[in-house]
Design a protein around this ligand. Structure first.
Ligand code: CA
Length: 388
């Protein structure tokens, strides 16, 4: 049995498109005399190739309950990888969702909402056999969805505004060519020919962005660090940035985002590339996400060049959990959760301590070959989901 803790991502769902709605509505007069005589489950799935999220609403049509347990069956190869507002476990195709400590009370006629994220490979038919505390919600006569899914975006942080973000920078307040104020140049290990500057010729918003000219070879590191202390951002740290690269990610390992991580004694959680595609790397043990097997690399994505790209991360600081979006696509190979998946996060999960990033550095670091001119703009870090 795989046990997944709720991720408490506090996602706002109003922006999520509804692709398929399955209503398991049920109870009849014959069962109405039972103590738990009726329930309705609205299971709304939002899926894309290889993955899905589901928003589930359980409505209690019987007497009030103190504690609930919703079960259902997957007949495809769906696999739940994380959940929020419920503790969800899966054994084979059987799934059990149990209330958290804060949402167990279900009044007569009341409802509770929870959500989950999962993967699928070859088949993902609608689930069936919903029950609440053991009482069926309509049994197996549930109609299948009638509308084939379109291609909705995956779950995306809905808000593009900064809200209470700790970092929210469009670099428009930078006054000179050298980074200043809330952004400071740094070369953590050694500096060669790498440079960083405020650029007034290329910008995603306004008239300014941060430009980095990174050189090949280990000592041409160049970073610009935010002065913001990120050590209390969480429990999930959301990062959004617009990046523009000139050169495709090389075969060799490179980094362009470096997050000093107190769980690694200050060594960095890094975002960069290897084998031509995006990857996460952990400095302390050199683990990569995905694994650098051909299958793993294929589950990541190259970073397009010559255009601005919206790159977003969700870093769970309390449990193994890492998600990455390029534009509206959640990249399957850049996803870590509590369940080791070969070619993706099996190696990554060898270290169980969740990351605790404390700062943000943007720049360029190569360890062998690979140079690039790249820009950053509209950089946001906070405890709430952030849109592009
Ligand atoms: Ca700008």
């Amino acid at each position: 049995m795989r046990v997944l803790l709720p991720r408490l991502l506090h996602r706002r769902w109003t922006a999520v498109l509804t692709a398929v709605v399955l209503l398991a509505s049920g109870f009849t007069a014959m069962t109405a005399s039972g103590a738990e005589s009726g329930c309705r489950v609205d299971y709304t799935v939002n899926k894309w190739t290889g993955g899905y999220t589901a928003q589930i609403k359980v409505t209690n049509l019987g007497p009030a309950l103190n504690g609930w347990r919703v079960t259902w069956t997957y007949t495809g190869d769906q696999q739940v990888t994380s959940a929020w507002n419920a503790t969800v476990t899966q054994t084979g195709g059987s799934v059990v969702a149990v209330n958290t400590s804060s949402n167990g009370a279900l009044a007569a006629g009341g409802s509770a909402d929870f959500g989950l994220q999962g993967t699928w490979r070859s088949a993902d038919p609608a689930p069936s056999g919903f029950s609440l505390n053991g009482a069926p919600c309509g049994g197996d006569g549930t109609p299948p969805p009638t509308t084939p899914p379109t291609t909705p975006p995956p779950t995306t942080p809905p808000s593009a505004d900064c809200g209470s973000a700790v970092i929210c920078s469009d670099f428009e307040d930078q006054t000179g060519p050298a980074p200043s104020g809330a952004w400071q140049f740094t070369a953590p290990d050694c500096q060669g020919t790498g440079t960083a500057a405020v650029d007034t010729a290329v910008a995603h918003s306004g008239n300014r962005s941060l430009r980095v000219d990174g050189g090949t070879g280990y000592c041409n590191h160049a970073f610009v660090a935010s002065t913001a202390d990120l050590s209390s951002v969480g429990p999930v740290m959301y990062v959004r940035m617009w990046v523009r690269h000139t050169t495709a990610l090389p075969a060799a390992h490179v980094t362009f985002v470096s997050l000093p991580d107190s769980s690694q004694a200050g060594r960095s959680l890094r975002v960069g590339g290897q084998n031509g595609s995006l990857q996460w790397n952990r400095e302390s043990d050199d683990a990569t996400l995905p694994a650098q097997s051909p299958v793993g690399v294929a589950l990541s994505r190259p970073l397009p060049t010559g255009t601005w790209q919206c790159l977003r991360f969700a870093i769970d600081t309390t449990a193994p959990g890492l998600d990455t979006w390029l534009g509206d696509e959640q990249i399957p190979g850049l996803h870590a959760d509590g369940v080791p998946t070969q070619d993706i996060d099996q190696q990554w999960l060898a270290r169980t301590a969740p990351p605790r990033p404390t700062a943000l550095r943007l720049g360029w670091e190569s360890y062998g070959t690979g140079d690039d001119t790249l820009w950053f703009d509209d950089v946001t870090v906070g405890s709430a989901p952030i849109g592009c």
